[in-house]
Design a protein around this ligand. Structure first.
Ligand code: ADP
Ligand code: MG
Length: 421
């Protein structure tokens, strides 16, 4: 079928025409279709069979960037990267992503499992809901996908063959521009709280900070460590009390592991700061903010532990072959290499988390945690803190050597706001 954008009326007929769909929607019951439409890039439809006989989500790429309108062309190949990444992640971390039922190259459409009992994580976090299994689930996802797509698990030939499937230049360019460059210079799509004009101007003219961001961008563009999700914020994670799923990996490519980890930590910290406005009562606010910081710490600590465990137990990659460490003192040398490697990943986490925080305060897309604070005056408090924290993470990343140091900066900056109510 030649490409054309679907709408609520045409989705059911389209699905009926796909032979793979008979398994998802057995029987001929009518399909109820509604567009979700809160995405930034694509059309997303929820499709449910009236007779309770199956459900799915249909996601279709448009030939432009939805958040910017049809004036901003964007290739539709992102649907292919999303389908390929979901399949790869699903095989390496089973149960942590929606199943892929069907992918249609011509229509740039994929049909995936409907997560009807899950919510996009930022929303319940604003409502102070805790997810006790989240750290366990997400650290599994990160450790397994990042480890098994790296040179630690794959041969050089396998790694490059996989990497070749994820050369994703146009979506990379979006992150390169909108995370690392445009927010910190004049660019027409930038948006920020007008009360923060002075802070935004100061960031744009902060020479050491600009050097730091350029260094982090260089690593994003060149350091092809593992298959990243590459947009792993709390709007790309769907949760409920017992399950965690990562969605929307259309930006997937081979980049530095710290980018995914940093995105997640930054978004947990943004949510934490947003409670200075969402939750005025300190007795309610402080324990939840503490929970979010402990969650961020848990993400890194569990990731590092599981990643190293996989490395010790399942190292089959060319970096390095087992025999390489087979000499007197080799076990210790291997341990030193592992620690150095993980320190490098952590350092990338810090730099990327800094950029991820800053760009949400002054770039093209903010986050609902912040924009749902209607009053600009109230919003300015978490935003100012976020800018101070993001800036410090970037400038001090050379001496931030543990997750405790990183979150210590959040605590230090937030302490100054305790009088806020
Ligand atoms: P985009 O790439 O356009 O940003 P997303 O993949 O983030 O689109 O999806 C947009 C919204 O659609 C999500 O925020 C979520 O509310 C809903 N959604 C996406 N995938 C699913 C799914 N598998 N099950 C239920 N809802 C989903
Ligand atoms: Mg998306």
């Amino acid at each position: 079928m030649a490409y054309h954008p679907l709408d609520e009326r045409s989705v059911a007929a389209y699905i009926r025409g796909r032979p793979e769909m008979a398994k998802v929607f057995p029987g001929g019951s009518p399909l109820a279709v509604r567009e979700v439409g809160d995405g930034n890039l694509n059309l997303v439809f929820i499709v449910e069979s009236a007779g309770g006989g199956g459900s799915a989500v249909l996601k279709q790429a448009l030939p432009y960037l939805r958040v910017a309108g049809d004036s901003w062309p964007l290739t539709r190949e992102r649907a292919r990267f999303e389908a390929a990444a979901l399949r790869q992640q699903g095989s390496l971390a089973p149960g942590r992503v929606p199943l892929v039922y069907d992918y249609d190259e011509e229509m740039s459409a994929l049909l995936i499992e409907y997560l009807g009992s899950h919510e996009i994580m930022r929303r319940p976090l604003v409502a102070r809901t805790r997810f006790p299994l989240f750290v366990e689930h997400i650290s599994d996802f990160l450790a397994r996908v990042l480890f098994f797509t790296s040179d630690l698990a794959l041969s050089g030939v396998e790694k490059k063959a996989l990497q070749a499937q994820f050369i994703n230049p146009h979506l990379c360019k979006i992150q390169e521009d909108f995370v690392f460059s445009n927010p910190y210079m004049e660019s027409p799509e930038n948006r920020w709280n007008p009360l923060l004009d002075a802070e935004v101007r100061a960031i744009r003219a902060d020479a050491p900070l600009k050097v730091a961001i350029a260094e982090v961008k260089e690593s994003y563009m060149t350091h092809a460590q593992a298959l990243l999700h590459s947009d792993l914020h709390t709007g790309s994670i769907m949760v409920n009390a017992s399950d965690t799923r990562v969605i929307d990996p259309e930006f997937a490519f081979f980049g530095p592991m710290g980018y995914d980890l940093g995105a997640l930590v930054a978004n947990l910290v943004i949510n934490c700061l947003s409670h200075f406005a969402h939750t005025p009562d300190p007795a309610e606010r402080r324990p939840f903010q503490e929970y979010l910081l402990e969650t961020a710490a848990g993400v890194w600590e569990s990731f590092a532990r599981k990643f190293e465990g996989l490395w010790i137990e399942a190292a089959s990659g060319d970096l390095m072959p087992r025999g390489y460490w087979d000499f007197p003192g080799g076990a210790e040398a291997f341990a030193v290499f592992r620690q150095k490697y993980l320190r490098g990943v952590f350092s990338d986490l810090v730099g990327n988390a800094g950029c991820k925080i800053l760009r949400r305060m002054m770039g093209i897309v903010s986050v609902w945690d912040i924009t749902s604070i209607g009053d600009f005056q109230r919003r300015a408090l978490p935003e100012r803190l976020a800018i101070r924290i993001g800036r410090r993470w970037l400038l001090e990343r050379g001496r931030i050597s543990s997750i405790g140091d990183l979150l210590g900066i959040v605590r230090e900056e937030a302490r100054g706001s305790e009088e806020f109510s």
